[in-house]
Design a protein. Structure first.
Length: 428
């Protein structure tokens, strides 16, 4: 009991539990309402949402050239304020460029994905980038000030608004736009709550903004757009490219089955690993480069515990995946459970290494992360090319992707450990 009380008194643990509790509620609500949503929207319509979310996710990675990730590690709040303005300025210009491309060549670009249905909703893309990009910027400010209570409330708000919007819009027969609008509305519901603490400091905020400082900081943290943004593009492309490629090769039905399976097997990441990662990044950002050994010990401890916890969902998906999916989501989703069996191994590996993902940014070794992620993406693309040339089925294609991704996460974890060991030697 004393050991438990001592653990609960630990600030780091308390912050994880706070964020995890909000995320848990949000994900439990999503799980509870998913059987309703999957009975309103068939796999083909869910496939359109999967492609949309993948496109938005890829576009949002570099929408602010990753300058928002410098906010938690900025020297003081004044620098952080100027970085926020810099990130929003780049985001708005990025959205203008996307909008112009869609107006001029939108139909041709979307048609390349073998998802002509998405052409009718392509103008939702800039809107989605705006809300997700804005959310990511404000989130990093909250991580800087360790405002985990607001982050917790935000995740709850997003889940409630998003899921009920999808259900209500689906019941009135809106179809795919209902899914897309539900996604966008949920994201916007998080921004208003998350930005309220910053708005209360608006006088201090406005007073600190100076063009000279913005230019200075853009040079100071130039490694983020040069290495971090491209690295994250490549890294995330490895995770979201399968949806786009599967759509192009096998159609939106296969993409819908894959999309649901992938979202469900990754729930443990959303439920726990993401919460731990946010608190972990806030913690290591405050430690910085001065104590890499402490970061390494903390990472190994967390990853070890995640490896044990992650075994439970892994076994459930591998042993009972198809049966669980057909019972919970309906008979049309049985094949999604088959995909889930394969994708569970990728999710497990990702679950373990998730907190390690942003350590290279803290020690400003983004160039190493970029190199590793480029190799990973090249191998994944080769895997899809092999699948295409030998006319493999969608399931066989997913199996190849699963094997490559699982191994790549292991390699990334080893690389992070070696970097931290080298940094420890330099500090000493």
């Amino acid at each position: 009991m004393k050991r438990l009380n001592k653990l609960l008194e630990n600030k780091f643990v308390k912050n994880i539990m706070m964020v995890a509790s909000g995320t848990a509620f949000a994900q439990i609500l999503t799980i509870a309402l998913s059987p309703i949503i999957t009975r309103i929207y068939p796999p083909e319509e869910y496939g359109i949402l999967s492609v949309y979310v993948s496109l938005i996710t890829l576009l949002c990675i570099g929408a602010s050239l990753d300058y928002q990730k410098a906010i938690p590690i900025a020297q003081d709040d004044k620098d952080a304020y100027n970085l926020i303005i810099l990130a929003f300025f780049i985001l708005l210009n990025f959205i203008i460029v996307i909008s112009l491309l869609l107006v001029c060549w939108g139909e041709q670009l979307i048609s390349l994905l073998n998802s002509k249905s998405l052409v009718d909703y392509m103008y939702f893309i800039p809107l989605g980038v705006l809300f997700i990009g804005g959310y990511n910027i404000i989130l990093n400010w909250s991580l800087r000030v360790k405002d985990f209570q607001t982050i917790t409330k935000t995740s709850v708000t997003q889940s409630i608004v998003s899921n009920f919007s999808k259900i209500c819009l689906g019941l009135i027969g809106l179809g795919p736009p209902g899914l897309i609008l539900g996604q966008i509305i949920g994201q916007s519901g998080g921004i208003s709550r998350l930005s309220s603490p910053l708005i209360r400091k608006r006088r201090e905020f406005v007073k600190a903004i100076k063009m000279k400082e913005i230019i200075k900081l853009s040079n100071r943290y130039i490694k983020f757009p040069l290495y971090s943004a491209p690295s994250n593009y490549v890294y995330t492309a490895g995770g979201h490219a399968p949806v786009i490629i599967i759509t192009a090769l096998f159609g939106t039905v296969a993409a819908g089955l894959y999309g649901l399976a992938n979202s469900i097997v990754n729930l443990p990441i959303s439920l726990l690993a993401n919460s731990i990662s946010q608190v972990f990044y806030s913690e290591v950002a405050s430690i910085g480069k001065k104590n890499p050994n402490k970061i390494k010990k903390l990472l190994l401890k967390i990853s070890g515990k995640l490896a044990i916890i992650g075994l439970i969902p892994l076994l459930v998906f591998v042993l009972f995946g198809p049966w669980v999916f057909s019972i919970i989501f309906g008979q049309y989703w049985y094949d999604a459970g088959v995909y889930a069996r394969v994708l569970a191994f990728v999710a497990y590996a990702h679950f373990i290494i998730f907190p390690a993902g942003r350590i290279l940014e803290v020690v400003e070794k983004q160039n190493i992360g970029l190199f590793v992620n480029i190799i990973r993406l090249i191998v994944i693309i080769i895997g899809f090319l092999i699948s295409y040339l030998f006319e493999f089925t969608a399931l066989q294609t997913v199996m190849i992707y699963s094997l490559i991704s699982t191994l790549s996460y292991l390699v990334l974890f080893i690389v992070v450990q070696k970097v931290l060991s080298k940094e420890t030697g330099l500090v000493e």
